[in-house]
Design a protein around this ligand. Structure first.
Ligand code: ASP
Ligand code: MG
Length: 408
């Protein structure tokens, strides 16, 4: 007998029919003698609908009230699934995040889980119940409802798996696993049987939307056995997230290609090449709570240098204006920007033990005359910023160049 956490995404509970199918899948696991905790998202489209309602009423919705509102989406699906399970003759109980007491900090709309009260869940499980928990939400120490950020139900699932020391955490979604890249762009993209936790972390932070990044962080920290599966297929082993030290399999050099169009680039030209300039530029950006991703400073010439960085596109106009306002004070010649950029990244732990990966990447892009505007690397990834209009081409040629369509 095992304790299994199963998280189902919005499309998997998008209709009454689908909810009944989830109930049947859960029943199958229950019949095998397992204990099951189910974590649900809201019906697909529901969270967006609720956010829009809020904006129709208040131009900048109050964060506390927004959380009260959007957390209702998951309350609907958990109750319906518990009913469907009872209809199949199972014992089931639904709980909102606050009822479980998933304690979070008070950062409304992007709260972090601090602690989970799991004792009463255990009692319920021992009494033979399937427990159905609302994903994406918690409660702060003062009893205010909080939410965990878009895609946060993944994190609820993994956090519950960690708290209950579950044997496995299954993330059921509308794809049957983690792919080498988005199959909508590269039809030859392949499902990975395994991906290491570190690669998954990079993929999630670089734009792959399969798992919320915080759920991957949680899984890494607590060594949760995490598997991504399709809820629309009965068979299939999905993708297992492994830990490198436990993984004896021959690793491909590159596991996947991630990309995003969410960033914009800002360049401060002709700043004095003196100590403290980076701080003068980025200090106020950080104070304004704007996340900076890539940063490049050129080699100085004639005592001046250029400084380029990227921010989220939503913060682009604000950051550009801020720097233009500061231009005279910094002593910069000009501040320019571009929000038609895209970031493409290749990810793989095999990079640690192989040379020439970067040059192969740059060669493939050069052969298609794709200009690289910025480069950044870590031990297991190389990212480039290019013109947005070449994004799909770049992903396709890299997928081919690294042989990702072939089984590892
Ligand atoms: N319903 C929330 C969202 O759409 C949380 C989730 O689905 O993970 O972002
Ligand atoms: Mg999701």
């Amino acid at each position: 007998m095992a304790l299994i956490i199963q998280k189902y995404g919005g499309t998997s509970v998008g209709s009454v029919e689908r909810i009944k199918q989830v109930a049947e899948r859960v029943a199958k696991f229950k019949m095998l003698g397992h204990q099951v905790v189910v974590v649900l998202s809201a019906m697909s489209g529901e969270t967006n609908r609720l956010i829009k309602l809020a904006h129709d009423v208040q131009s900048q919705p109050d964060a506390r009230e927004l959380d009260v509102l959007v957390s209702t989406g998951e309350q609907v699906t958990i109750a319906l699934l518990a009913m469907a399970l009872k209809d199949l003759g199972l014992k089931a109980k639904s709980y909102t995040g606050a009822q479980v007491r998933i304690l979070t900090d008070n950062a409304h709309t992007k709260a972090r889980i601090l602690n989970i009260d799991e004792q009463h869940l255990r009692t319920d499980l021992q009494a033979g119940n399937v427990i159905v928990v609302a994903g994406f939400q918690g409660v702060d120490e003062h009893g205010n409802i909080t939410t965990l950020g878009r895609g946060g139900s993944d994190t609820t699932g993994v956090a519950l798996a960690a708290a209950l020391k579950a044997d496995e955490c299954h993330i059921y979604t509308d794809v049957d696993g983690v792919y080498t890249t988005d199959p909508r762009i590269v039809p030859e993209a392949r499902r990975l049987k395994t991906i290491t936790f570190e690669e998954m972390l990079e993929m999630a932070s670089l734009g792959s939307k399969v798992l919320q990044i915080r759920s991957v962080e949680f899984a890494g920290k607590y060594k949760v056995k995490l598997r991504v599966l399709s809820s629309f297929q009965d068979e299939g082993e999905g993708t297992l997230i492994t830990f490198e030290e436990d993984d004896n399999m021959e690793q491909a050099i590159i596991s996947g290609i991630a990309f995003n169009r969410d960033e914009a680039k800002i360049t401060v030209l002709g700043v004095p090449d003196t100590p403290g300039v980076a701080y003068q530029i980025l200090g106020p950006v950080a104070d304004a709570n704007i996340d900076v991703d890539m940063i490049i400073q050129n080699v100085g010439a004639n005592n001046t240098t250029d400084f380029t960085f990227t921010v989220h596109r939503n913060d682009y106009a604000r950051t550009l204006q801020m720097l233009r306002d500061m231009q005279a004070k910094i002593g910069a010649r000009e501040v320019i920007g571009d929000d038609k950029i895209a970031k493409v990244s290749i990810v793989g732990v095999g990079m640690r033990s192989h040379v020439g990966i970067a040059s192969s990447m740059f060669k493939s892009l050069a052969e298609e005359s794709i200009n690289i505007q910025m480069i950044s690397t870590s031990e297991i990834k190389i990212s480039v910023v290019i013109d947005e209009k070449y994004l799909e081409l770049a992903v396709r040629v890299l997928h081919k160049a690294f042989g990702l369509e072939k089984a590892a």
